[in-house]
Design a protein around this ligand. Structure first.
Ligand SMILES: *Cc1c(COP(=O)(O)O)cnc(C)c1O
Length: 406
């Protein structure tokens, strides 16, 4: 047998993400931007930050953009600027990064979780409507994985109940809902420049967007200790500024963001094709782009059916194929949120998502053959590939038609 079917060479490892590739393409420009900051010795706010704010405002079609120290702080500052605090409730998702809910706790308000729409992984507007109480001050939808939440029904609820909408757009810069970009779909939009986001800095950073000039003024004040200028502190704020160094680096990257989003979308399209060709669409639920959306795929998250997620993940790790779980524990089951009195079974869709989801490599620089290795790895993990890669009939013409379709 060995003579007829020699052992195929081991597949090349595929990383979950590779920020070095992106840096290499922009290294000279980035270093120049960093040197510009070092030469000026201006590190806090200043011209680099105000230029980035103008550029991000334009990118999102927002009237104002205000830089801050992180996405988490953007959420906290937005809540503070809307006077949300003790005694207030904010409705949000239990299936998101921790900071969505922790920011609500940080200002002394109560996060009220409601369950998901299982297709988009975003807040279910029906469940939001049911959770309104006299204490509700705001809705905080999350545009999870890079796809905007179901905004229209949320707007209707917000107008009817006189609530603010704070968008957690940390994973969704450039995402669109009916032609309007994330960040202008509520009262305030909150962004993160954490290195692994679609627009990532060289450390922490964040931004808030709004169309309301008074709110922008207050956000600007709150990020510098509530200082209205020349040490006149008219309220207690935070120290949460964006570094000039981060802004300078982000300004190099921003002009490439749309091309990167398009590359992510192309990778997603290739995945759809490959999963179909490998006959895996019955074993997985692939992410769906809802109508009227521009999905920017901060993550390409599939569901693995039949309780096989952990098995598939273990096999992929063994095959040196990167993958990750966002998020393994829904927030209502986190130890620090036990005081909210929620328990297993309270949000079945969030819990099911935590058990089923698997994020696959989707970063813009991924090559077609690497996507194919990922898909073949999943086929192998599911026992759909006997032996090794050579068992896939040579008649499956993978790359060529995909390129033609792109
Ligand atoms: C990354 C992220 C945040 C927090 O951003 P940081 O910049 O890391 O503080 C908040 N919400 C969501 C959904 C995120 O993905």
């Amino acid at each position: 047998m060995a003579d007829v079917h020699p052992q195929a060479p081991a597949e090349e490892p595929v990383p979950f993400m590779d920020l070095v590739l992106q840096y290499q393409a922009l290294a000279a420009e980035t270093q120049e931007a960093v040197n510009r900051c070092l030469s000026s010795q201006r590190f806090i706010l200043g011209e680099e930050v105000s230029s980035l704010e103008t550029e991000v405002a334009k990118y999102c079609d927002a009237r104002e953009a205000i830089g801050c120290a992180s996405g988490t702080d953007a959420l906290i500052l937005a809540l503070m600027a809307l006077d949300i605090g003790p005694g207030d409730e904010v409705i949000t998702s239990p299936f998101t990064f921790f900071a969505t809910a922790s920011s609500i706790c940080r200002v002394g308000a109560k996060p009220v979780f409601v369950d998901l729409d299982p297709v988009s992984f975003n807040l279910s507007p029906l469940k939001v409507a049911e959770a309104i109480s006299p204490r509700t001050k705001a809705i905080m939808p999350v545009h999870l994985f890079g796809q905007c939440a179901e905004m229209e029904p949320l707007w209707r609820i917000a107008v009817r109940e006189k609530l603010h909408v704070i968008e957690d757009a940390c994973q969704a810069i450039g995402a669109e809902y009916r032609g309007r970009r994330a960040g202008v779909l509520g009262t305030v939009g909150c962004f993160s420049f954490f290195p692994t986001k679609n627009l990532g800095g060289a450390g922490d950073g964040g931004m808030m967007t709004t169309d309301d000039p008074d709110l922008a003024k207050r956000l600007k004040r709150l990020r510098v200790h509530g200082d209205a200028g020349v040490y006149k502190h008219i309220e207690v704020g935070l120290n949460s500024r964006l570094d000039a160094l981060q802004a300078a680096i982000l300004r190099v990257k921003l002009p490439h963001l749309d091309a990167w989003s398009v590359a992510r979308q192309k990778n997603a399209k290739r995945y759809f094709d490959l999963f179909a060709r490998y006959g895996l669409t019955d074993a997985l639920t692939l992410p769906e782009t809802l109508s009227g959306r521009r999905h920017v795929y901060n993550q390409f998250t599939v569901r693995v059916k039949d309780g096989k997620r952990n098995e598939v993940m273990a096999s992929l790790k063994e095959q040196k194929i990167g993958c990750s779980i966002y998020y393994p524990i829904p927030l209502h089951l986190q130890e620090c949120f036990q005081f909210l009195g929620k328990k297993l079974g309270d949000f079945p869709e969030a819990e099911r998502a935590s058990d089923e989801v698997l994020a696959l490599p989707i970063f813009p620089e991924l090559q077609g053959h690497q996507l194919e290795i990922v898909v073949r790895g999943i086929a192998k993990a599911l026992g759909r590939l006997a032996g090794n890669a050579r068992d896939i009939p040579a008649t499956i013409p993978l790359r060529q038609p995909l390129r033609a379709a792109a």
